[in-house]
Structures are given as structure tokens and as C-alpha cells.
Design a protein around this ligand. Structure first.
Ligand code: ADP
Ligand code: MG
Length: 571
């Protein structure tokens, strides 16, 4: 996993080298001060040579200036490195999510996914920047300090350094369990997001059921769980940083005691004694740095793991390597012995065969849950058939490039999903680069002109989240306008008007009829009057296709269709 993590540095090699070398340089220069103090006290001060003293101070100033520049580079460019890596991961994750299939979204909560893109990756940048460099600098500073100490007094250096590994072990021991805690923490954030998403998204339902109290209780539970996990993380953090503080200060005490003893023995000069204490204080930095890495690393890694879970999810619907571009489809559709189930042990469609000619309008009727929507969602490959095959213009749809297939199928559903934005943007979703006059033409053909003209901002009117500011009929017209713009040869109308009152339905029906001219159209309808004129009506029930024919023929045949029809209109 670490190797995969480091592969994300590849595009930023230059930044990494710059940041790393400056960090290392600044770390090394840090060691200059104790050495300078030693020289100052033991050599320069006794010599009382003013010019030399001033010269030494100027040299020290130069070193500090250089360190300042290097620290600036590390803070700014180092973080840039981290942020670039984080941004790149976020992009990769978002791009990958676009490829995942309906089945994935059936099984994953929106809030969890939002959490992964936003929160989970928040600490990655910090870790990516600090992780490798801090560990390296820490080790380097320790080694450098040891060399300098050994040069002053080998025995004292050895004594000091015997304590270091013990200390490091104690610190690491108290910092364990962090990764799992952070993993839980992110999971909780995900639950959290999912809960808020559900609540805010469904707030109108919540209020109409007056179930606010119930929602509050559910939220409070998640909120408490979140608090608990977070508290646990902070407890671990507090424990490990206190331990690390105590341990590092212990070193100073040991150095003071031993140093004093060596001084009394006459084996250590005052300047050397001071330098020793300063050097042992330099330890704090690397050890605390390692400790910070120990603290933040689990967070970053927990986020990275959750990131990989998404990135490693293979889309179950994707282009074959030799898939061909669909070209301009005529719209001949053949279902050949198609079987399908959402779950392996629960078949929904069983060996359905059906042929639709280009330009034909076919209507599906039948009880709710029979599988009408399912049949239609197999055509754009929202799901792949588990048996048989579907072909368009004689080519198996699995041999076509997914993108080129979907661009040629238009779907209008019962609940239209509109994006928060303007009317214009929502219509243009059918063809992103459409010029304004084309958008207007589509709007006119969907009979939206009067509405748009009556609005103060016209085309640029903001329609609210998911189009809350529009009526059901208006939303449906917008969806139709979108289709006129998309202009696909194949059209699926899935209960497009079922949610509307009969009067609005009749009006919209007219637009839909205009829309379906010259296109292969699959209509699913609840109210049978709306499909009377279909070229063929197909009755679907749990066992598959039970009847097929024109309206009059099916009525005369006296089967399921005629019973459904009588029930709706002669009751
Ligand atoms: P219809 O459109 O005829 O009312 P559907 O095609 O929507 O019926 O549903 C057919 C069956 O498939 C139903 O039993 C339904 O519960 C099931 N189903 C529909 N969508 C899904 C899904 N995304 N995951 C699992 N089962 C589903
Ligand atoms: Mg349906």
C-alpha cells in the first residue's frame, strides 16, 4: 500500500526534490547553533577578540537567513506538494465514481460517497507532505546530533543515545490503535453525511409526516457515536503526545546530571556542557516530529485505504477493449431471450424476446413490479443482462462503446431530476454545447415558451434544488425540451406523465407525441388512454410477456389488457 501511496508523488518529482532538500538543509543547519554556542563560550569569549566575535555573529546570521529561506520553501512548496497530491486523488476518485454502475449506487449511500471525496482525503495532503520528509529529517538530525555529541564527549553521547530507542519505543507503544480509530471516525462521518443528506433531502417528507422528533433522535445517536470516536482519537493523541513530551524532557535531565558529573571530573568545559544541553533539546524536534507523523499518519492512511476501496471498485459495466462506436443508430431493437435479476437468486426477467422496428412506438403495460422499468434500463446498459442478448441495429449493445450508445437513447421518467441552476442550463443538459437559439427551439417544441417568457429572469431563472420552484408538468416539459435537444433516435418514456393530473397529462402527451416522431419509442404507461395509438402494446406480468398487439386487437381478444382497460375506464 505504501508503494501505491508513493506512486502519487510521481507527477510532482520536482516539487518533492525541492521540498525535501530544503527540509533536510534546514534540519542540518539547526545543528549549527549548539556548535556555535560551544565555540563562543569556550574559545571566542575568553579570547576577547571583538572583530572575530562580530564575524562569528555575522556567519551565524547568514546561517539563520538561509534557514529562514529554506523553511519558507518547506512551508509553502511542501504544502503545495501535499495539496497537489490530495487534489489529484480527489479528481481521480470523482472521475472513477462517474464510471461506476447503477448497481454500485444502488448499494452505496450518497452521504458516504460525499464523505470519501471530501473529508477522508483531508489529511492526505498533510501526510504526503510531512510523512517521508519528517521521518528522514528526524533520523538525520539524530545522527547529526550524535556525531556532534560524540565529538564533544563520547561517554556522555553514548549514555544519551541508549535512552533514545527506549523512548521511541514507549512513544510508539502509546500511539498504537490510531489507524483503526481514524477508520471508525471516517466511517462515522460517512454515516453522518448520509443521515444529513437523507434528512435535508427529504425534509419536506419529514415535516409533512411531522416526524422531526424521530429524525432528531436518529441524528442524536449518530452525533453521539461521532463524538465518542472523536473523543477516543483525542484521548489516544493526548496520551501519545504527553508521553512523548515527558520522554524528551527526561533526556535533558539525564544530560544535566551526567554532564554535571563529567564537568566536576574536569572532562567537560562549560561551553561543551551548554552545547550538550542544547543538542539534547534539538532531539525534541525530531522526536516530536516522528510523534506527529505517528499521529497524523494513521489518519492519512485510514483515508487512503477508504480512497483505495473506491478506486479499486471495478465498474461492472464498461467498454470492451474492442468496442465499436455506435455511429448514428436507426433504432432497430431486438431482445433475444433476455434474462435478468438485480440479485442472483431473484430473477426479474426470464427469457424475454422482443423485436422493435426503427421508428416504431411500443407500449409496455402491466402490474407494478412486473419489470417494465427493468426492461427499459437494460437497453442503455444501466445493468447488463444475465442471459440472452440485446442488440441495436443488429449489434450486441455490449459490443458498442457505452458512451456512444447512451448518447442515442433518451429517457423521460416520472420524476425528472433537475439540477439546481437555471432553466437554460437544465435544458442544455441535453446537449451541453447547444447555442441559445437551439435551446429556445427545444423549449418552444416542449411548449415551455409561455412559461419562460412569464418569468422575470426568463431562461436564466433559477429553478431551485431539483427544480422545486416548478410544477410537475413544468418539470416534465423541461425534461422533454432536454430530449428535443438531445435528439436521440431511441426514446424511453417511463411513466413520464403518470404523476400528472389528467388535464396536464393530455397537454404533455401532445408534446411527447411530437417528440416521438421519427424515433423508436418505448413507452411505459399507467393510464391506458395514453398508449392507445401505440403501434404495438405489450402486456408484461411476472411471468414475462403475456400479450402483444394493437389496442383494438387486444381489447377484442378479451385477455389481461381488456380487463385492465375495462377496470380503468368502465368502473
Ligand atoms: P415496473 O417498472 O414494472 O413497476 P420494475 O422493473 O421497476 O417494475 O421492478 C421489477 C422488480 O425489480 C421489482 O420486484 C423491484 O422490486 C425490483 N427492482 C427494481 N429496481 C431494483 C433495484 N435497483 N435493485 C433491486 N431490485 C430492484
Ligand atoms: Mg416502473
Amino acid at each position: 500500500m505504501l508503494r501505491r501511496f508513493f506512486s502519487y508523488y510521481r507527477p510532482y518529482k520536482g516539487l518533492f526534490i525541492l521540498d525535501f532538500s530544503c527540509a533536510v538543509g534546514a534540519g542540518l543547519l539547526e545543528l549549527a547553533f549548539p556548535v556555535a554556542v560551544n565555540t563562543f563560550i569556550d574559545e571566542l569569549l575568553p579570547g576577547k577578540d571583538w572583530p572575530l566575535i562580530l564575524l562569528a555573529c555575522i556567519a551565524l546570521l547568514a546561517i539563520y537567513a538561509l534557514t529562514t529561506v529554506m523553511n519558507y520553501v518547506v512551508t509553502y512548496w511542501g504544502h503545495m506538494l501535499g495539496i497537489n497530491i490530495e487534489t489529484n486523488m480527489r479528481k481521480k476518485m470523482f472521475d472513477h465514481i462517474q464510471k461506476l454502475s447503477f448497481r454500485f449506487f444502488d448499494n452505496n449511500k450518497t452521504g458516504h460517497l460525499i464523505g470519501r471525496i471530501t473529508n477522508d482525503l483531508n489529511d492526505i495532503g498533510e501526510v504526503a507532505h510531512h510523512g517521508p520528509e519528517d521521518v528522514f529529517i528526524a533520523v538525520m538530525t539524530l545522527v547529526g546530533a550524535f556525531i556532534l555529541m560524540a565529538d564533544l564527549n563520547l561517554q556522555l553521547a553514548v549514555i544519551t543515545f541508549i535512552i533514545v530507542p527506549i523512548m521511541a519505543w514507549v512513544i510508539i507503544y502509546f500511539g498504537r490503535n490510531m489507524t483503526s480509530t481514524y477508520h471508525n471516525l471516517f466511517g462515522n462521518v460517512g454515516n453522518f453525511n448520509a443521515r444529513i443528506e437523507d434528512n435535508v433531502g427529504g425534509i419536506r417528507v419529514v415535516q409533512s409526516f411531522a416526524n422531526e422528533e424521530h429524525e432528531k433522535v436518529l441524528f442524536a445517536e449518530d452525533n453521539q457515536r461521532f463524538r465518542q470516536t472523536k473523543l477516543m482519537a483525542y484521548k489516544l493523541m493526548a496520551k501519545s503526545s504527553s508521553v512523548s513530551y515527558m520522554m524528551t524532557r527526561l533526556i535533558t535531565i539525564v544530560v544535566m546530571i551526567c554532564g554535571a558529573w563529567f564537568f566536576i571530573q574536569g572532562e567537560l568545559a562549560i561551553g561543551e556542557f551548554v552545547a550538550f544541553i542544547l543538542l539534547s533539546n534539538i532531539f525534541f524536534r525530531p522526536i516530536e516530529k516522528i510523534n506527529a507523523v505517528i499521529e497524523s499518519y494513521p489518519k492519512g492512511i485510514a483515508g487512503f485505504k477508504r480512497y483505495l476501496e473506491i478506486i479499486d471498485t471495478e465498474p461492472d459495466i464498461a467498454d470492451k477493449p474492442d468496442a465499436t462506436h455506435a455511429g448514428s443508430l436507426r433504432g432497430d431493437i431486438v431482445f433475444n431471450n433476455v434474462s435478468f435479476g438485480y440479485e442472483a437468486d431473484r430473477p426479474v426477467l426470464n427469457r424475454i424476446s422482443l423485436k422493435v422496428n426503427a421508428g416504431e412506438t411500443i407500449a409496455f403495460v402491466g402490474p407494478s413490479g412486473a419489470g417494465k422499468t427493468t426492461i427499459c434500463s437494460l437497453l442503455p446498459r444501466f445493468y447488463d443482462v444475465t442471459g440472452g442478448a440485446i442488440s441495436v441495429d443488429g449489434t450486441d449493445i455490449r459490443d458498442l462503446k457505452l458512451h456512444s450508445l447512451r448518447k442515442q437513447i433518451g429517457i423521460v421518467q416520472q420524476d425528472v431530476f433537475l439540477f439546481s441552476g437555471t432553466i437554460r442550463e437544465n435544458i442544455a443538459y441535453g446537449k451541453l454545447d447547444a447555442p441559445l437559439d437551439e435551446i429556445w427551439t427545444a423549449a418552444r417544441r416542449a411548449h415551455l415558451e409561455d412559461l419562460i417568457n412569464s418569468l422575470p429572469d426568463g431562461m436564466d431563472t433559477i429553478i431551485g434544488e431539483r427544480g422545486v420552484k416548478l410544477s410537475g408538468g413544468q418539470k416534465q416539459r423541461l425534461a422533454i425540451a432536454r430530449m428535443f435537444l438531445k435528439n436521440p433516435p431511441i426514446l424511453i418514456l417511463d411513466e413520464a406523465t403518470s404523476a400528472l393530473d389528467t388535464e396536464t397529462e393530455a397537454a404533455i402527451q401532445q408534446s411527447l407525441a411530437e417528440l416521438s416522431v421519427g424515433r423508436t419509442t418505448l413507452v411505459i404507461a399507467h393510464r391506458l388512454t395514453t398508449i392507445k395509438n401505440a403501434d404495438r402494446i405489450i402486456v408484461v406480468n411476472e411471468d414475462g410477456i403475456s400479450e402483444e398487439g394493437r389496442h383494438e386487437d387486444l381489447l377484442n381478444a378479451g385477455g389481461t389488457y381488456s380487463r385492465l382497460y375495462q377496470a380503468q375506464y368502465n368502473a
